[in-house]
Design a protein around this ligand. Structure first.
Ligand SMILES: Cc1cc2nc3c(=O)[nH]c(=O)nc-3n(C[C@H](O)[C@H](O)[C@H](O)COP(=O)(O)O)c2cc1C
Length: 572
């Protein structure tokens, strides 16, 4: 434990960007070894969702009655207090979930270059996150309980393993309304470009993907919660990523996290770590071989070291603890004022339109009401999406306000939790104002003045941090969190940051604006700006929101062929 903790500190400090030196990477892009964007399992039977009730290139297919699923239109605001969907899990509902969490949101083209974007964002659009679904028998899928790999390029499930039906039944206590989704990371995808800092980006991306799943589950009418009792080893076993024989020459996947998704409470055996299910998976029948993404690799051993040091053994918590993250939160935040125009918009459409801004106009302002409505949505609460997280929130926002109507430009603090201000105040070692700028959510004014240049400078000189309404740093309570939950919680701090980021992305779209995650920032200069010394708090992620300037040279197409042109067969 002591060794692991010191590795966390060494890795975190060793992968900081400094004004005079970036974290270690190759320093150039070796295009010959660029990882392929999609993994496939060769030889695994595939189940494309277009044939199980959603849509098909030949138009909608007639469905057997037990496959039918009619997604309800859900307004964006309802994602935060979703109406429950009851009844057994259907394949098409799983398709709806995955399409709106991890599917392709668009294809972009510029001259000869064509690339896809996904519903979940990713640092450098490199997408290290892979997803696996574990579910019971559903018409349209395999005829036994099974684990599947999600192939986002084809919007299909690839059958990886089939298990003994009685084990799944007892894991779900006989219920048919639950499934599991596990997420893994292929570190190489990010390391190819970013070198040693890549482990951080993989964790941010997991946080975004977790939130994307929770939000898409809410659109279906399901609740999604992270399962803390599952060790990484158990996740590796149930997804099959620990099977050496299936990854010959293929880049390995690091187990990340697992979520229970469904209509009711999590069945106790799944909450408690799924021991028997894991044993059944190990004894099950497995299919397919993982595809290789690059022929050549650079070994970044620091990443292997931090991955080992932060391996999660799982932690047993009573089921009541799963809403711990909500303890200090309030009621469902309702948005008002300008910027509220898209809040009744179709949630799925809004999810699919999420993009990162590449530039902001540097002029437009946000109405104060809209700004505070957006901030209230990132506050932990007793409802979706925040009730998916089992820990007390550890990440607070230091906000550089540039253009918010009736709010003086300057530096502000959004403590995400009632007691947080008492820990933050003594840690911020500068002469700050500590003005009460707003009550709900509580926003504290630290300093007034134009901080556009400072914000851009701290975010690796990126103009997007200066040209929007505001940009921010996510300040995590670092030492105390790791002390309380152990070294593996290093990952969770990034997950919480990515999770907040995903909510900010959607809130920006709902307000008629756009956001961008910023993984490139100068770590210690951010701490100096706030007067933070030592490791009690560390800045883990930056974000920015504003009115985008579109790159009109790019052509855009819908994510899937069956969503384009006259053969569009709508999902709902
Ligand atoms: C963890 C993370 C870090 C990112 N860092 C930056 C950044 O420093 N600068 C930037 O312009 N975009 C950044 N992005 C945005 C990505 O480039 C963007 O998500 C990706 O290109 C995919 O595009 P999309 O978000 O429009 O789907 C980041 C995104 C994530 C998730």
């Amino acid at each position: 434990m002591v060794l692991s903790s010191s590795t966390v500190r060494r890795y975190h400090d060793g992968t900081k960007h400094h004004f005079h030196r970036f974290a270690r990477s190759a320093g150039y892009l070796d295009w010959a070894s660029q990882p392929r964007p999609f993994r496939a399992f060769t030889g695994a039977p595939a189940f494309p969702f277009v044939s199980v009730g959603v849509a098909s290139a030949r138009g909608p297919q007639p469905l057997p009655a037990d496959c039918r699923y009619a997604p309800r239109r859900v307004g964006y605001d309802h994602l935060f207090d979703p109406p429950a969907h009851t009844g057994p899990v259907r394949a098409a509902a799983i398709g709806d979930l995955l399409r709106h969490a991890l599917g392709l949101s668009a294809w972009k083209q510029y001259r000869e270059a064509r690339w896809s974007l996904r519903v979940n964002p990713s640092s450098g659009n490199l997408h290290p996150t892979e997803a696996y679904v574990v579910c019971g028998v559903c018409p349209g899928l395999a005829d036994s309980p099974a684990v599947y790999h999600y192939a986002a390029d084809r919007h299909a499930l690839e059958l990886r393993g089939a298990f003994d039906p009685s084990t799944w039944e007892s894991a779900c206590e006989g219920r048919r309304d639950a499934l599991l989704v596990a997420l893994t990371s292929i570190h190489w995808r990010e390391a190819w470009k970013y070198g040693e800092r890549a482990f951080r980006y993989c964790q941010h991306d997991l946080g975004h993907a977790i939130a994307a799943l929770v939000v898409a589950a809410a659109a279906v009418g399901w609740r999604a919660v992270l399962l803390p009792a599952w060790s990484q080893r158990a996740i590796a076993a149930v997804t099959g990523v620990d099977r050496d024989e299936d990854f010959v020459e293929a880049e390995r996947e690091e187990p990340g996290c697992i979520l229970a998704i469904g209509a009711g409470d999590v069945p106790a055996p799944l909450w408690n770590g799924g021991e028997q299910l894991v044993a059944a998976a190990k004894a099950g029948r497995w299919f397919g071989r993982a595809s290789q993404l690059s022929e050549d690799h650079v070994q970044w051993t620091f990443i292997d070291e931090i991955a080992r040091a932060t391996e999660d053994p799982g932690r047993a918590l009573p089921p009541g603890n799963r809403a711990e993250g909500a303890r200090e939160g309030g009621a469902v935040g309702r948005a008002g004022g300008a910027g509220a125009r898209d809040r009744a918009a179709d949630a799925r459409a809004l999810i699919l339109q999420r993009r990162s801004a590449v530039a902001f106009d540097g002029r437009s302002s946000m109405e104060a009401d809209a700004f505070f409505a957006l901030l209230s949505r990132v506050m932990p609460a007793h409802h979706a999406p925040w009730d998916a997280l089992w820990w007390t929130p550890r990440v607070h926002l230091a906000i550089f306000v540039h253009r918010v109507v009736d709010l003086a430009p300057g530096l502000y603090l959004l403590p995400r939790g009632a007691g947080a201000i008492d820990t933050l105040r003594p840690a911020l070692g500068r002469e700050f104002l500590w003005d009460a700028a707003h009550d709900h959510p509580r926003l504290v004014g630290l300093a007034h003045g134009d901080c556009q240049r400072l914000a851009a400078r701290l975010s690796c000189d990126q103009a997007i941090a200066a040209d929007g309404f505001f940009s921010l740093g996510m300040i995590a309570q670092f030492d105390a969190s790791l002390e309380e939950h152990g070294p593996s919680f290093y990952r969770h701090l990034f997950w919480e940051s990515g999770f907040i980021g995903q909510v900010l992305y959607l809130e920006a779209e709902a307000a008629g604006a756009r956001a961008t995650g910023i993984g490139c920032f100068y770590d210690d200069p951010v701490h100096d700006t706030l007067g933070l010394a030592g490791h009690a708090f560390q800045s883990l992620y930056h974000f920015t929101v504003g009115v985008p300037v579109e790159d009109t040279r790019l052509m855009t197409e819908a994510g899937y062929e069956w969503e384009r042109g006259s053969i569009v067969a709508p999902l709902h």
